[in-house]
Write a protein that binds this ligand. Structure first.
Ligand code: NAI
Ligand code: K
Length: 348
């Protein structure tokens, strides 16, 4: 996805500063063509403001595509708070941030991301109406990991069908990189489907927890290049590099991490080795579908059904890629752009 990361490509970029609480944040609205721009708030100790700006522009643009592909009537936005959440997060700072969100009058709706959780969103929700992903106690739909994992599972079933002919992981070995909130849920779904699961994590506590919860799981030091049928990146992005693409033994790659390709060229390398990659922003849309449902107060069963739509959607994208002789990532972008292009006068 080559794209000029300039603020010009975005509808609106807002710099927020509050001296009293020490808040420094940037809110980027990439597109409201399909609806209000939704995207999480990332709280991260960026090296400088320019690094934060680059990140928020890239992430908000990605949200436009994620929402378009997920079939929800939302645009793409994202926010970053510059600072270390462990030491700089305070109720005062979150309140100041929320008041900035409120000034946008609903053109931007915030949610959780790396460095923010449902408790923070509850605080933010006391100062703006334009927030989703709050705790169940505060009237929200709670953590989005379960539905993100469910969506990844459906995406993986579509990949399995394309590679092995049946939409199941039964009898396959799946290597999950990162058993945090999403990886743990995905592990349970895969075991129930009859897969063999091995996992890797850099955090000892995460490994102990999964070993306790799921004794059938094998613990490995790395899964990316292990002899597995499926590699599921559920930790950090950019793990698909020129060198990992040459070493991966899996036939299928499907996971929750955002921006898995280190560079667009890696997709060619994977295709060249006969590896099917299920595009991240389609596979991991379950959390977004959940918060979109929370906004219109949809019933939980309805939201589960919408997440299940990720299976036929991935099947269509993989089939289109095969038919057109292009990568699945390119096919997924076209799939999203079909919805965006149908909107007259869009800004995306
Ligand atoms: P998390 O922070 O709960 O779990 C991530 C796990 O990965 C942690 O256990 C961490 O120790 C581990 N990890 C970090 N670096 C690693 C490495 N190099 N090798 C192996 N393990 C490593 O995060 P969560 O919520 O489970 O999300 C996982 C990924 O999915 C993230 O990239 C996130 O952006 C993405 N995602 C999550 C969504 C959600 O609803 N939670 C929605 C869409 C995407
Ligand atoms: K996210």
């Amino acid at each position: 996805r080559s794209h000029e990361l300039s603020a010009r490509a975005h509808e609106q970029v807002v710099f927020c500063e509050d001296d009293r609480s020490g808040l420094k944040a940037i809110i980027a609205i990439h597109s409201t063509a399909l609806g209000p721009a939704l995207g999480g708030t990332r709280f991260h100790p960026y090296a400088d403001e320019s690094a934060a700006l680059q990140d928020v522009l890239r992430l908000s643009w990605g949200m436009t595509y994620k929402a378009a592909a997920a079939g929800v009537d939302l645009g793409g936005g994202k926010a970053v708070i510059i600072g270390d959440p462990a030491t700089q997060k305070s109720e005062e700072l979150l309140a100041a941030y929320a008041r900035f969100v409120e000034t946008l009058g609903g053109r931007y709706i915030t949610a959780g991301d790396v460095g923010t959780n449902t408790d923070d969103l509850d605080v933010i929700g006391q100062h703006t109406r334009h927030v989703t992903g709050r705790s169940v106690a505060a009237g929200g739909s709670g953590d989005s990991a379960r539905l993100t994992a469910l969506g990844v599972f459906h995406a993986m079933r579509a990949g399995a069908e394309s590679v092995w002919g049946a939409p199941t992981l039964a009898g396959r070995t799946v290597g999950i990189e990162g058993v945090g909130k999403v990886g743990r849920e995905l592990t349970a779904l895969l075991l129930a489907d009859g897969a063999e699961v091995c996992v890797a994590d850099v955090n000892e506590a995460a490994l102990h927890r999964i070993a306790d919860e799921q004794p059938a799981v094998r613990l490995l030091s790395t899964v990316a290049t292990a002899p597995v049928d499926v590699y599921a990146p559920c930790a950090m992005g950019a793990t698909l590099t020129a060198s990992s693409a040459a070493a991966i033994e899996a036939t299928l790659i499907c996971g929750a991490a955002n921006n898995q390709l280190a560079t667009p060229a890696v997709e060619q390398a994977l295709t060249g080795r006969g590896i099917t990659w299920v595009p991240d922003f389609v596979a991991n849309g379950g959390g977004l579908i959940q918060v979109a449902g929370e906004l219109r107060t949809a019933a939980p069963a309805e939201i589960d059904d919408e997440v299940a739509e990720i299976y036929p959607r991935c099947r269509e994208i993989i089939a289109a890629a095969k038919a057109e002789g292009i990568g699945t990532g390119a096919a997924a972008n076209r799939f999203a752009e079909r919805r965006l292009d149908a909107i007259p006068g869009r800004c995306a």
